[in-house]
Write a protein that binds this ligand. Structure first.
Ligand SMILES: Cc1cc2nc3c(=O)[nH]c(=O)nc-3n(C[C@H](O)[C@H](O)[C@H](O)COP(=O)(O)OP(=O)(O)OC[C@H]3O[C@@H](n4cnc5c(N)ncnc54)[C@H](O)[C@@H]3O)c2cc1C
Length: 383
């Protein structure tokens, strides 16, 4: 067993870290305060490969291995939760189903544009007011075949990137039977008449990552915009979410790392009772727990990514990584605030923002409860 990153992975980590330190982290507070997406940095991400992490080279992507892709999202999360989430959603949700299941025509049409940074991003709309954890039973948005088009009607909620996307891959009911073979993924360009992207949600954190409700009224797209097989959308979604969970786990590790570093700095310079906070054992224990949990979370994320890269089953491991990393992110950010005392509650301090940003990670792309169900199911099957 070898726990070292390869030389290439280490170089990639350094390149992304330096980019994020220069272009993303310094803007994180402004992005949060003004609820604006950091387009300026995102435009520069195309040439670096960050907009096409898993896109094959023939479509202009970086074709990174799964560990390198996780490293990139981790570094982005370290710099700014909002930018990290937008990029995790773009790579993990917006482009992944197209790469995995899309037709050659769709790939050629969209992937080079998205990978280059000349276009906007990708988005995936699964969730509805009555369908979050329970997509199979809950999705009401329907798509009907009329002539040579799909006609979509319905609504979606909580779609990350919708207003900054070229298209939204939409999970819609194409078979009223209601079984696991009744949903399909359909690519809907955001300029299609009948699609309304509602104003951005007002959220607790991740304010620079726009999230929107959507309405579809007689939205017409060509039949060829179907992604993968008809009625296999649920299966394709679950497979996409396995990969997405590695991404959210990596993002949570990055957020935790940033909170931990801020707490470490503060503990070194702040004095109480005649010595630095870092010399009080209660503070040392919080720092020791944070260091241990971040390291554990990172290893779980990298292991899930490694399995994915080997082409081996990784559903349970991705759920474990996402569950543990997201709960670690929240706990580490919480304790980082504690170490800052009153200053930790001030929006002048990054830990306040990181705590709000980290909170989402236990909810999006499968809540902690749903991930525990995924893990339990596999454990009970002895997998
Ligand atoms: C900032 C943000 C960004 C998002 N981005 C996207 C996106 O890009 N695309 C998209 O499609 N969705 C997105 N979502 C939606 C997100 O994936 C859902 O909110 C999430 O899957 C949970 O679904 P829900 O909100 O309907 O909660 P519900 O399914 O109603 O769950 C409510 C609570 O009940 C628990 N619960 C539900 N079922 C069970 C069960 N069987 N056993 C035990 N507990 C259970 C859940 O864990 C949770 O605690 C986003 C959400 C947010 C907040």
């Amino acid at each position: 067993m070898n726990f070292d990153l390869t030389e290439e992975q280490r170089m990639w980590q350094k390149v992304v870290h330096n980019f994020v330190a220069a272009e993303v982290k310094p803007k994180a507070q402004e992005v949060d305060e003004t609820s604006t997406f950091n387009w300026q940095a995102t435009r520069k991400m195309g040439p670096l490969g960050l907009l096409g992490l898993s896109i094959p080279e023939k479509y202009g992507g970086a074709a990174m291995d799964a560990i390198s892709a996780a490293i990139a999202i981790e570094e982005l999360g370290w710099g700014c939760g909002s930018t990290g989430l937008a990029l995790a959603a773009h790579n993990g949700l917006g482009t992944a189903p197209l790469i995995e299941f899309g037709s050659e025509t769709l790939k050629e049409r969209w992937l080079p544009l998205l990978a280059s940074g000349r276009g906007k991003l990708g988005a995936l709309a699964l969730t509805e007011s009555g369908a979050g954890s329970d997509l199979q039973g809950g999705v009401r948005t329907k798509a009907e075949k009329v002539g040579n088009e799909w006609v979509l009607n319905g609504s979606k909620m909580w779609c990350t990137n919708a207003s900054i996307a070229e298209y939204i891959i939409t999970l819609a009911r194409t078979n009223p039977a209601g079984s696991s073979r009744s949903l399909s993924m359909i690519l809907v360009p955001t300029n299609t008449p009948g699609l309304t992207i509602h104003p951005a949600e007002k959220k607790m954190g991740l304010k620079g990552s726009p999230t929107h409700a959507l309405s579809y009224e007689e939205v017409r797209v060509p039949l060829e915009n179907l992604i993968g097989e008809p009625h296999r959308g649920l299966h394709q979604t679950l497979s996409t979410l396995d990969g997405g969970r590695i991404s959210i786990g990596a993002l949570a590790v990055g957020l935790a790392q940033a909170a931990y570093e801020a707490a470490l700095d503060y503990a070194r310079q702040r004095q109480t009772f005649g010595k630095a906070l870092a010399e009080h054992q209660a503070i040392q224990f919080m720092l020791a727990d944070a260091a241990t949990e971040i390291e554990s979370a990172r290893l779980l994320v990298y292991r899930a990514a490694w399995l994915k890269q080997q082409g081996r089953p990784y559903s349970k491991e991705a759920a474990m990584a996402k569950l543990f990393a997201s709960e670690t992110g929240e706990r580490v950010a919480r304790n980082a605030i504690q170490i800052h005392g009153g200053m930790g509650y001030s929006s002048q301090m990054p830990v306040e923002r990181i705590y709000r940003d980290a909170r989402l990670m236990t909810i999006g792309e499968g809540t902690s409860e749903i991930n525990r169900l995924v893990i339990a199911r596999q454990v009970l099957l002895n997998r």
